[in-house]
Ligand binder design. Structure first.
Ligand code: ZN
Length: 292
C-alpha cells in the first residue's frame, strides 16, 4: 500500500483526478500527432486553425475550454469539444481506477492501460488504424508490469506471468481465429468484399503470408489490441472484452451508420474493443452472464 491515510482519501482522489486531467491533455496530443507521424513532444500545442502557439494558461485541462468558451484566443476558431471531453474522461477513469484498485501499485499500471485504450479507440475512429506503438507497446508493458505488481501483492510471479501471457495469446488468438475462419468461409461461399482481395486478384493462397494475416473486415490492429487487453486482464478478461465488444460493435456500428445514413461507412472494431475492455476492467462480463 502507498502511504496516503495521513492526508485522507479525498486529497488522494483530487490529486489523481487532476493528474488524469493533465494526462488527458497529453493524450489529445498523442491522438492527433501519433498517426500523423509527428513528434509528440515538439513543438508545443498550437491552434489547428491559426497555428498560434497556445499559452500555458490557455492550456489548462477542461478549465481553459470553459473560460475561452470553446474558441481560440487569437483567431476565434472553434476548439473541438473532444479535447475537454478526453481530458474529463481520463480524469474520471483515473479516479475510477483508484476507487476500484485502491492505493496499490496495480492502480498506476491500470491507468496506463485505460490511457492506452482511449488513444487506440480515438485513433482508430479517426484513421481506421491502431498504432503498433500503442497495441504492441501496451502488450509488452502489460506482460512486464502486470505480473510484477501482482507479485508485489503476494501472488507467485511465474503464475502471474503465465496468466498475462495466456491472456495475450487467448485475446489475440481468438480474434485472429475468427478473422481466419471468416476469410476461408467467405472464399468457400464466393463472397466478395470491396477491398478483399483487391480488384481482379485471387484470394491469397496458404503459401502466401496474406492467407494467414489479411482478412476481410478485420484489421490485424484489432488482433494486437486484444493481445494487449489479454496481457492486462488475463484470458477471462480478454473473453469478457470480446463479448462486450461484439455487443458494442453492433450498437455503435448501427448508430454510426444511422447518423451518417450510410450502411457501408467504415466503423473500425477497435473502438468497440477499447470500450469493451474499459467495461471489463470494472465489470467482469462473465460474472454477469454466469450470475456469480
Ligand atoms: Zn486560432
Amino acid at each position: 500500500m502507498l502511504e496516503s491515510e495521513s492526508l485522507g482519501p479525498g486529497f488522494l482522489y483530487s490529486v489523481v483526478v487532476i493528474f488524469g486531467l493533465l494526462v488527458g491533455s497529453f493524450l489529445n496530443v498523442v491522438i492527433y500527432r501519433l498517426p500523423r507521424g509527428e513528434s509528440i513532444v515538439f513543438p508545443g500545442s498550437h491552434c489547428p486553425a491559426c497555428s498560434v502557439a497556445v499559452k500555458p494558461w490557455d492550456n489548462l485541462p477542461v478549465l481553459s475550454y470553459l473560460l475561452l468558451r470553446g474558441r481560440c484566443r487569437s483567431c476565434g476558431g472553434a476548439i473541438s469539444l473532444r479535447y475537454p471531453a478526453v481530458e474529463l474522461i481520463t480524469g474520471l477513469l483515473f479516479g475510477a481506477v483508484l476507487w476500484f484498485f485502491g492505493a496499490t501499485w496495480t492502480a498506476p499500471v491500470m491507468m496506463v492501460f485505460v490511457a492506452g485504450l482511449l488513444v487506440a479507440a480515438l485513433v482508430d475512429l479517426d484513421h481506421q488504424i491502431i498504432p503498433d506503438s500503442i497495441s504492441m507497446g501496451g502488450c509488452g508493458f502489460g506482460l512486464i508490469f502486470v505480473p510484477w505488481v501482482t507479485a508485489q501483492a503476494g501472488a507467485p510471479y511465474v503464475a502471474s506471468l503465465s496468466y498475462s501471457l495466456m491472456g495475450a495469446i487467448v485475446g489475440g488468438g481468438s480474434l485472429w481465429l475468427v478473422g481466419f475462419l471468416h476469410a476461408r468461409l467467405s472464399v468457400a461461399l464466393g463472397r466478395e468484399f470491396p477491398h478483399w482481395p483487391d480488384e481482379g486478384e485471387a484470394p491469397p493462397k496458404p503459401s502466401e503470408a496474406d492467407y494467414w494475416l489479411w482478412f476481410p473486415g478485420l484489421g490485424l490492429g484489432d488482433v494486437k489490441l486484444l493481445a494487449m487487453v489479454g496481457a492486462f486482464l488475463g484470458p477471462l478478461g480478454a473473453l469478457d472484452t470480446i463479448v462486450a465488444a461484439s455487443i458494442l460493435g453492433l450498437l455503435l456500428g448501427g448508430l454510426w451508420a444511422l447518423t451518417r445514413g450510410d450502411w457501408n461507412s467504415p466503423f473500425g472494431f477497435g473502438p468497440a474493443i477499447a470500450i469493451g475492455a474499459l467495461c471489463s476492467v470494472f465489470i467482469p462480463v462473465h460474472r454477469l452472464l454466469l450470475m456469480v
